[in-house]
Ligand binder design. Structure first.
Ligand code: DGL
Length: 265
């Protein structure tokens, strides 16, 4: 383990696109003094329909690019799809790689739920990762995971008024409704961007946004290791393989401050 980490180093946040901004929002809330560098790989979105070999290369590449730009003290995988294989990524880096899934699972287990729905990408749903991890902690909990092929990509266009979004949500939610499931984890970081639409369509279902739990896990790690920044002028930079304007619009929509710089790759 590298020993020269310091408080002024940055937190790297990665996703296939704008979804990880839901994690940035929570990080800025619980750790307002931290500088953040974000990588959104919009050109390759959706990740959820790709294979693991491709995804491992893309996910590792994003973290390496951020670390070359500004040395990281921690990387947060703000992507459930790549978090399913966080253990495969961790040995490549000297700093911790924090998954979005583990903190969400621990929080869900504390509710002692009898059943829970997991709405994810196809890759995450097919990996069985949430099912396994929840059942490790709550063996009797009935976990139903559903994957959407389209929802992340629809949200990633930034056109959140599209009728296709509620149509896709209604298709994905039908299994949960049939089974009378009352708690659904929004297990793709793009989905909480339209959490309002979910809540409007299904007012009796509780939707869980894993971003909050991941931000708390990051805070806990930094505090334990005496790595919290006390900067009065934290920076926020974005690297993207997509369009800068989508980030400008999405930051406004999520109530996140505008980035100091957007680098298009
Ligand atoms: N936002 C990502 C996730 O949490 C990936 C969405 C995608 O590109 O398919 O899974």
């Amino acid at each position: 383990m590298q020993t020269d980490f310091n408080r002024d180093m940055k937190i790297g946040v990665t996703d296939s696109g704008v979804g990880g901004l839901t994690v940035v929002k929570e990080l800025m809330r619980v750790l307002p003094n931290e500088s953040i560098v974000y990588y959104g790989d919009n050109r390759n979105c959706p990740y959820g329909n790709k294979d693991k070999t491709t995804l491992l290369a893309l996910a590792g590449g994003m973290i390496r690019t951020l670390n070359e730009h500004s040395r990281l003290k921690l990387a947060a995988l703000a992507c459930n799809t790549t978090s399913t294989f966080a253990d495969d990524l961790r040995p490549s880096f000297e700093f911790p790689v924090i998954s979005v899934i583990e903190p969400a699972v621990s929080a869900t287990a504390k509710t002692n739920a009898e059943s829970v729905g997991v709405l994810a990408t196809c890759f995450t749903a097919n990996s069985g990762c949430y099912d396994r991890m929840i059942n490790n902690l709550l063996p009797k909990c009935r976990v139903t995971a559903v994957g959407s092929k389209n929802l992340a990509a629809l949200i990633d266009t930034g056109n959140l008024d599209s009728d296709e979004i509620p149509e896709e949500i209604s298709t994905c939610m039908s299994d949960f409704v049939k089974q009378d499931i009352s708690q659904v984890i929004l297990a793709c970081t793009h989905y909480p961007i339209v959490q309002g639409i979910f809540e409007q369509m299904y007012p009796s279902i509780k939707f869980i946004n894993p971003a909050e739990k991941q931000a708390e896990a990051v805070k806990e790690y930094l505090e334990k290791n005496d790595l919290c920044s006390s900067s009065k002028a934290p920076t926020f930079e974005i690297f993207t393989t997509g369009e800068a304007q989508i980030y400008i619009d999405m930051c406004s929509r999520l109530g996140i401050r505008q980035p100091d710089a957007i680098h298009t790759l």
